[in-house]
Design a protein around this ligand. Sequence first.
Ligand SMILES: [Zn+2]
Length: 183
Amino acid sequence: MDRRTFLEAVAFTPLVLSGCDSKARSAAASAQEVEAMRRDWKALLAPGADVTLSTLPLQRSEAEWQKILSPARFEVLREEGTERAFTSPLDKEKRPGVHACAGCGLPLFTSRMKYDSGTGWPSFITHIPGHLGTKQDYKLVLPRTEYHCIRCGGHQGHVFDDGPPPTHERWCNNGVALRFIPA
Ligand SMILES: [Zn+2]
C-alpha cells in the first residue's frame, strides 16, 4: 500500500460511536486461564478485606445513596453517568488485587482480568461470575449493553465485543465506581 492509499484508508475509517472505543489490545490469555481467573478470584482478595460476599439485593433510597456517596460516585453509580476518559487512577492500576463496587463493596473484577484497552477507562476481559447484571441501553445512536453491580444495582459501565481473545469482551468500567483493594 503506498502512502496516498494508506492516508485515504485512514481518512475513511469509520468512527466508532460507542463512546468507549478500544485503541489497543494488550492482554492474551487462554480459555483455561480465563476459567481459572473466574473460579479462583478469591486468591487475590486480601485477608480481612472490607468487602461483602453477599449478592442479596441491597435496598437503599436515592436520598440515602446521596448521603453515603461522593457526588462523582453518585452520578456514575446512581445516575448512569460516565467519567471523563483518562481521569481515573485505576486506569493505570497494575498491582495484584480485587476491584470492588464502590457503592456496596461486592467484588466485581480482579487484577488478572484487567488489561490496558487504551481507552482511558479501566477495562477487563471477564468478571467475577454472578456479581454483575446487564441490560440494554439506548442512550446513544447504537444500542449498548449496560452492566451494574448485582447487589446494589450501581451502574459500572458498558460491555463491548471488541476485547482481546479468548473472550473478546471489553468490560469498560468507570474507575470512580470501583474501589481497588491490593492483595
Ligand atoms: Zn454494589
